[in-house]
Design a protein around this ligand. Structure first.
Ligand SMILES: Nc1nc2c(ncn2[C@@H]2O[C@H](COP(=O)(O)OP(=O)(O)OP(=O)(O)O)[C@@H](O)[C@H]2O)c(=O)[nH]1
Ligand SMILES: [Mg+2]
Length: 336
């Protein structure tokens, strides 16, 4: 990496985030409360746990997972694991079952997702790290770029933002506001050019400047079902690649945490076309429907890297599988 600014180190970045994650944890909990309400029904089921009613209990559990937006495939897989553990005598009580459920889900997030704190970086001193941000309309892409800019800045990195959303009139100004707030610079690409050209020129400019550590490239929102717009996005990625083959180092898909299972379709399409390297799950402070992301990780094998928990630049947390699952299955829910 470049040594610009206060010296950019990923380990520093991670430790700053760990602290933040701890202090902001309550907001994830409040965000997933709708999910939690339904999952507390699970506690009731487990409270009535009887081995002779195993099939009924497991059916009820599966229903509960489905009602909080676990996809059928993932819910089925989780319940298969539970059934095996019961048959092996490893689950004897409702409490055992709850613990095993949590472990199984954490395992999906960890084994299929990998280490969320590892953001890919450029391994060439002269080449900045390029992060391409994609997703459907209004999911929180531009806001997330603001948050990421702040995150990288806290680690001593010099950030350039790329106004690749040439579709929406106010998009560049919105990005500029985030640049001003977080001390990032904006690429000076001429306005009204095509997004591929904007991105190509921005990468060129950043490399020429010599002191940019991170390029955060914004894109306009698009429905994953709109083939023309998906093609355009593939074009943006190849324009970046054309200028610098090692880029982009990360392609992060922004998923709106309130959309439920539809995010699975989004992840499939964007994943197939763009080669997504990570997910940022936004709006977990709202009435989030957290279960769906577990299916995304399970089916797509893409890690969740961050979660968004509000509208300010501070509201970004490194995704922690264990904390996330603890928030879904609160210990006190059964007593409430
Ligand atoms: N509560 C909450 N709101 C968020 C979060 N992230 C983004 N938002 C809000 O969601 C709305 C859309 O955010 P944008 O960042 O403009 O979304 P976008 O994906 O860039 O939208 P387009 O460029 O139109 O596709 C804004 O009102 C944001 O403030 C979050 O984590 N929590
Ligand atoms: Mg935007």
């Amino acid at each position: 990496m470049h040594s610009g600014g206060g010296g950019f180190s990923l380990s520093k970045l991670t430790s700053v985030l760990k602290k933040k994650t701890q202090s902001d944890f309550d907001r994830v909990i409040s965000g997933t409360s709708k999910t939690r309400e339904k999952l507390s029904y699970m506690d009731e089921i487990l409270g009535l746990w009887r081995l002779e009613d195993l099939d009924d209990t497991l059916d009820d559990l599966e229903e509960t997972l489905l009602s909080v937006d676990f996809g059928p495939k993932t819910a089925g897989k989780v319940l298969d694991t539970i059934r095996e553990l019961v048959e092996d005598g490893k689950i004897k009580t409702g409490e055992d079952c709850k613990r095993a459920l949590k472990e199984t889900i954490v395992n999906i997030l960890v084994n299929d997702g990998g280490d969320p704190t590892k953001m890919n970086v450029s391994d060439d001193e002269k080449i900045p790290t390029c992060v391409l941000i994609i997703g459907v309309n209004g999911g929180g892409k531009t806001t997330t770029i603001g948050k990421l800019s702040n995150w990288y800045k806290n680690a001593g990195a010099k950030v350039m933002m790329v106004p690749g959303d040439t579709f929406r009139a106010a998009a560049a100004e919105q990005l500029q506001t985030w640049a001003d707030r977080t001390g990032a610079i904006m690429s000076k690409s001429p306005p009204n050019t095509k997004p591929g050209a904007v991105s190509y020129k921005a990468v060129d400019e950043a490399i020429a400047m010599g002191d940019i550590d991170v390029i955060l490239a914004d894109t306009s929102g698009r429905l994953h079902t709109n083939l023309d717009l998906m093609d355009e996005l593939v074009g943006v990625k190849s324009s970046i690649k054309k200028r610098e083959p090692s880029m982009p180092h990360e392609v992060l898909l922004v998923l709106d945490g309130t959309t439920g299972l539809n995010m699975l379709n989004q992840a499939r399409e964007f994943g197939q076309q763009l080669g997504v390297t990570g997910i940022i799950l936004t709006k977990l402070d709202g009435t989030a429907r957290g279960g769906a992301v577990i299916s995304v990780v399970d089916e797509m094998k893409i890690p969740v890297k961050f979660v968004g928990v509000g509208e300010t630049m501070e509201d970004l947390q490194v995704f922690e599988p264990l904390s996330f699952v603890d928030a879904l299955f609160p210990e006190e829910a059964g007593d409430a």
